[in-house]
Structure formats: structure tokens, C-alpha cells
Design a protein around this ligand. Structure first.
Ligand code: SF4
Length: 151
């Protein structure tokens, strides 16, 4: 288990996202950025790219800067560790109401706070509705294979 995965083990946001299944939470995004950076360097891509159509206009310094940034910062600590989008309407609301999962909230059916998650929000809401009465641990066990994405 990676350091990132260990940090978010057994965590789920109030929105129902199981942190280890999310590529930002598991560290998969940061790891792949680091690997890509290494491949670019090991395969000397900036050296030969100008001889391949379109390669001459790529700013490899900017690409390297972006990948370096992703490797360091494109990792989510999980809501329970103070991570996640700072302005997440779901987390703010659930905290104010004292729910660790929105499945405990009587207003879940009509809640519009999931809209910013678009189609994932619709899916997560359905999973939370199906999991009413379950503890966070039971929810994680039941839904870990059904997340809208794979890490
Ligand atoms: S209203 Fe209820 S379901 Fe909606 S975000 Fe707040 S706690 Fe979650």
C-alpha cells in the first residue's frame, strides 16, 4: 500500500466517495505524472520530438513543470484529513449538520448540493440512498466496487 493509500484507508467523504477508489486519493494521478516525467527524460523525447510532426512546438520545460507540480500536489488527503475541494458544498453542509455520510440526512432525496459533481453526483446520491442505515465502514464495504471511477 502506498503512502497516499495508507493515509486515506477506510475513509469516505460525506458525498459517498470512497477515497481509496479515487485516482487523486489513491495517488494514481501523481504517480503517473512522475512516471511520465521519467519516461520523457529516459527516452530523451525533447531531443527527437522536433523531427516528428507537431513535436517542434511543444514546450518541454512547461510540460516538465506541470508534471512536477502534479507529482507533488495532485494528491488528495481526503476530507477526513482536511483534503478535498475547500469549498465543497456537500462537506460543509454535512459537517454543519453533524453527518459523516449524507445517507444519514433526511433531506438527501431533494438535496441539490451534489449537482457540482454532475453525473458522478447522481450516481453517488443513489448509492447513498441505497445505503441508508449503514455505518461508514459498512458503506465502504458494500460500495467499494461500485464507485464511478477506478483508481
Ligand atoms: S442537505 Fe443533507 S444530503 Fe445534502 S449535503 Fe447537506 S447533509 Fe448532505
Amino acid at each position: 500500500m502506498s503512502q497516499a493509500q495508507d493515509r486515506i484507508k477506510d475513509q469516505a467523504g460525506p458525498c459517498g466517495i470512497i477515497c481509496v477508489s479515487c485516482p487523486l486519493g489513491s495517488g494514481a494521478v501523481a504517480e503517473s505524472a512522475g512516471q511520465t516525467r521519467k519516461h520523457i527524460s529516459d527516452c530523451k523525447i525533447p531531443m527527437w520530438s522536433p523531427f516528428v510532426p507537431g513535436g517542434e512546438i511543444i514546450d518541454w520545460t512547461a510540460v516538465d513543470r506541470g508534471l512536477d507540480w502534479m507529482e507533488k500536489y495532485a494528491v488528495c488527503a481526503g476530507c477526513g484529513n482536511g483534503g478535498g475541494p475547500p469549498d465543497c458544498t456537500i462537506r460543509i453542509c454535512a459537517r454543519e449538520r453533524g453527518y459523516e455520510l449524507c445517507s444519514f440526512c433526511p433531506d438527501l432525496d431533494g438535496c441539490a448540493k451534489f449537482e457540482w459533481l454532475q453525473e458522478h453526483g447522481i450516481q453517488l446520491k443513489e448509492m447513498l440512498k441505497e445505503s441508508r442505515g449503514l455505518s461508514r465502514g459498512e458503506y465502504i464495504k458494500k460500495m467499494s466496487k461500485q464507485m464511478p471511477w477506478k483508481a
